[in-house]
Design a protein around this ligand. Structure first.
Ligand SMILES: *[C@@H]1O[C@H](CO)[C@@H](O)[C@H](O)[C@H]1NC(C)=O
Ligand SMILES: *[C@@H]1O[C@H](CO)[C@@H](O)[C@H](O)[C@H]1NC(C)=O
Ligand SMILES: *[C@@H]1O[C@H](CO)[C@@H](O)[C@H](O)[C@H]1NC(C)=O
Length: 612
């Protein structure tokens, strides 16, 4: 061991001693300074930047992302990073992470695993709705049985008793008027979605069904933003009914995700959590489009459960409720399949639920997709097929395309996402063969750049959607509505956009904003997200990993996700990700309907024109 390494170890144990003092602590005041002990290494930078650049050849929006005043030029950003000075590895990795935030796309993110070993949380989850005068306000979520351990930790660190402030109105954050402060935080730190109102709303706590089938409060990204904050605390100006205006400072609390002992030595920590693991084989398999959900709630983010009125058919996570004599509600919080939630269980739940609705004489249907992060696109098509069995396959499957590059053309010869035989040719209504989706391809000029893509393709979900549904169409499209809080992503977005665009179904978005253009009902309609690991796996399986243009393992552990397939629906020349439309209707949240999905559904039911 050389002396500089020795110095580093000593330094690390000193700086991290705060955390080391008491390894039994479950939480600790912010101390990300340990992270800054890991030195910047130029070869790590070079390899990271080179690999990202190679991976981005598959990223479908790198051209269109450059358009407009807020355009993002990823190539330029990577070039800047290649030239910049960094004090430590943390600073370098943060900079890489941040180039993807302004894309405002929930499908695209880079996260160094090295700096995710602590989860930083705020003890005040915030909510927002309009007051009796119709003005938008922000409040601290008042949930009595919520995170006692966290409250104790805040009291231990600062002496503040969090419970004294629950339910109060927040008027300023760090001296900035609260609406402005939250919007700025959402725009600069969160990204994730193109609509500014949706970004704002993602910070907030909300009320929804979990994928385990329970109604809960989700605390939102303000309380658990999944970032390393650069300040140790947040000062809130509050409006108390009894004491008027007051200020309270709440620290960020770090919840270690790993054993506290691991923080003791920089070398040990780096070896375990930052350095790549050359021995780990890829435990991967071929992924169907949109097997992955996104926009998960980071960190410990849910309250206790709460019961709603009895359900008719209750197959987790799918639920059918009867709202009134002629209105039924179908709640679906995810399209991600699992052991309990399979194509078959979905089919039988849909059959039973819709049959029950029919027997009850229910003619109006509300689809509640609140917080649905997406999942399998084939399951999405299945849902549409159950509701409207008359839609022909050619119309049901989205038109998509993939990047055509020398490497993707090689991948197309093997079992991979780029293999043409996975797709229908929409012009000929038959499956592609060989390399027929690549020749001729399509060339777009977007963002001032020429880019090559495949022909328009339709991913073949026949195997999953092959079941003949004999049931007659029961619901008329004018009696169907969708509701979400804007947090309906990926497959959920494709499904709701299809219903809005093709079936002309009314779409209701719940929003704390009383005015302005309606936000879209959903986000990240882009297409299919792929992980970097999965991309490397496909390249390796195809025997192409030694090619010059093939990305390799990152020099440090990192997660990287990005869009590899783009969908078209609204506009055949612009992908949906850049051409979404506002929801047709808005439900403005107030003190009462905020906590009550039943009230939201009732409002929608009244607005749907019921015809006998
Ligand atoms: C808040 O953080 C700043 C530095 O980030 C520190 O100087 C200050 O003492 C903190 N205030 C409280 C009340 O913890
Ligand atoms: C697109 O493809 C054409 C013909 O195959 C090729 O000449 C051109 O260089 C490609 N453009 C890009 C940006 O890769
Ligand atoms: C589709 O997008 C293009 C490019 O932005 C735009 O010029 C055109 O007006 C759009 N078409 C429709 C029907 O919205």
């Amino acid at each position: 061991m050389n002396t500089s390494k020795l110095k580093l170890t000593l330094l690390a144990s000193l700086i991290c001693s705060l955390i080391h003092v008491n390894p039994t602590l479950q939480a600790r005041q912010l101390d990300p300074s340990c992270y800054k002990n890991i030195p910047f290494v130029n070869s790590v930078r070079e390899q990271t930047v080179a690999n990202l650049a190679k991976a981005l050849q598959f990223y479908v929006f790198k051209d269109v992302a450059k358009e407009g005043a807020q355009g993002v030029d990823l190539k330029k950003e990577l070039e800047d990073i290649a030239m910049a000075e960094f004090l430590n590895d943390f600073q370098f990795q943060q900079r890489v992470q941040k180039i993807f935030t302004p894309l405002n796309d929930g499908h695209v993110w880079y996260q160094p695993k090295c700096y995710r070993s602590m989860n930083f949380i705020q003890a005040f989850p915030l909510t927002s709705y309009v007051d009796s005068a119709g003005d938008q306000r922000v409040y601290i979520l008042d949930q009595p049985v919520f995170r006692q351990g966290l409250y104790n930790k805040v009291r231990e660190v600062t002496g503040v008793n969090v419970q004294n402030f629950l339910g109060m109105e927040v008027t300023e954050i760090d001296g900035v008027p609260v609406l402005e402060a939250l919007q700025r935080f959402a725009d600069e730190e969160l990204g994730k979605t193109k609509d500014p109102q949706q970004r704002f709303e993602m910070l907030l706590a909300n009320h929804a069904l979990t994928s385990y089938g329970q109604w809960r409060s989700f605390f939102g990204y303000w309380a658990s933003p999944g970032i390393v904050p650069d300040k140790s605390n947040v000062t809130y100006t509050l409006q108390s009914p009894r004491h008027g205006s007051l200020k309270v400072t709440i620290p960020w609390i770090a919840i270690p995700q790993i054993s506290l002992k691991s923080f003791w030595s920089t070398f040990g920590y780096k070896r375990l959590y930052c350095d790549p693991d050359p021995t780990s084989p890829y435990g991967m398999e071929f992924l169907n489009p949109s097997t992955l959900g996104l926009l998960p709630e980071p960190g410990p983010g849910q309250s206790d459960t709460e019961s709603l009125s009895t359900t008719y058919i209750n197959t987790n996570p799918l639920k059918f409720y009867q709202l009134d004599g002629n209105t039924g509600v179908l709640v679906l919080p995810t399209f991600s399949l699992g052991d309990q939630f399979t194509y078959d269980s979905f089919d039988s739940a849909m059959d039973q639920g819709l049959e029950k609705f029919r027997r009850l004489g229910i003619r109006k249907l509300i689809l509640d997709f609140t917080n649905n992060p997406g999942g399998s696109i084939c399951l999405g098509y299945k849902l549409l097929n159950h509701l409207f069995p008359q839609i022909p396959r050619q119309q049901l499957y989205y038109h998509s395309d993939l990047v055509r590059s020398p490497l993707s053309m090689e991948l197309a010869k093997r079992n991979s996402l780029w293999q043409c035989s996975n797709y229908y040719n929409p012009d000929e209504n038959s499956l592609h063969k060989g390399l027929s989706c690549m020749f001729p391809g399509t060339t777009y000029i977007r963002g001032g750049e020429q880019a090559n893509f495949t022909q328009k393709l339709q991913y073949n979900c026949d195997f999953q959607v092959n079941r003949r549904i004999n049931r007659k169409p029961w619901f008329q499209t004018k009696d169907v509505a969708i509701v979400t809080n804007g947090r309906c992503a990926s497959t959920c977005s494709s499904v709701s956009n299809f219903l809005q665009r093709v079936m002309k179904v009314r779409t209701f978005v719940t929003s704390p904003f009383p005015k302005g253009t309606n936000p879209p009902i959903s986000t990240a309609p882009g297409g299919m997200v792929f992980s970097y690991d999965n991309l490397l796996w496909q390249i390796t399986e195809a025997g192409l990993s030694s090619r010059e243009d093939a990305p390799k393992n990152f020099p440090q552990k990192a997660d990287f996700y990005f869009t590899v397939m783009e969908n078209y629906g609204w506009n055949t020349s612009l992908p949906d990700e850049y051409a979404q439309r506002p929801a047709t209707d808005r439900i403005v949240l107030d003190e009462s309907n905020f906590f009550s999905p039943v009230e939201v559904w009732t409002e929608i039911s009244q607005k749907l024109n019921y015809s006998k």
